[in-house]
Design a protein around this ligand. Sequence first.
Ligand SMILES: Nc1nc2c(c(=O)[nH]1)N[C@H]1C(S)=C(S)[C@@H](COP(=O)(O)O)O[C@H]1N2
Ligand SMILES: [Mo]
Length: 256
Amino acid sequence: MDKLTDYKDATSYNNFYEFGTDKGDPVKNAGTLKTRPWTVEVEGLVKKPGKYGIEDLLKLSAQEERIYRLRCVEGWSMVIPWVGYSLAELIKKVEPQGNAKFIEFVTLADPKTMPFVGSRVLDWPYTEGLRMDEAMHPLTLLAFGMYGEVLPNQNGAPVRLVVPWKYGFKSAKSIVKIRFVKKEPSTAWNKAAAQEYGFYSNVNPNVDHPRWSQATERRIGDGGGLFAKRNKTLMFNGYEAQVGQLYAGMDLKKNY
Ligand SMILES: Nc1nc2c(c(=O)[nH]1)N[C@H]1C(S)=C(S)[C@@H](COP(=O)(O)O)O[C@H]1N2
Ligand SMILES: [Mo]
């Protein structure tokens, strides 16, 4: 098993554009994020829509630790012990209707506490989406903590997704709404640059980002600076045995 990324690296080298675009911005700026009270609204094609308080969500199913790799599309990766339960547990509780085929995740966009939510880097709020079978896959984690502690604000407190076989940007932070829909939802990164960030966003070393290769990655904490050693990136970030069948028959170059 891979060595865990140091807690310090995992909590000070982040992407959370609501708090700035530099890797060191979220740890500096996310102190203003107010994580209580917090509700997640479940809406759309479900039999039990409603506002679910964070305290109820925390108790909805038994939480466990899961060590997952997280690979950013920028070419770096970490190995993090997340704490949470499968998103499938929540999905089953709210009882999706038969015509719900996708889920859209909407995250907090509060200009009062998030200094970059007035900037034009993204069309806020940050949104992401999964196909229903991806969302139901047991590896898809609804995370409330990491390293045995509650999530630090910069890592997406109080609740985020972790989808380990997809690029990091699919793992939406500080979720406030989960919407069950019929059609593939748009996503923040796809709206910002459609030719660079598709809906599926599976880690695929054979599909280059238009501006750089995805064949290798740098493990944060390995050191080496400019001459850092790079590891080969694996198909589906190494989770092919578990998730490959979700995409049987799909052209993963077209559906990047
Ligand atoms: N709301 C929100 N969620 C987000 C992002 C963001 O900017 N805003 N960045 C994404 C990207 S690009 C990555 S790589 C991961 C980084 O998660 P980490 O900082 O916990 O490693 O969060 C994802 N979730
Ligand atoms: Mo990312």
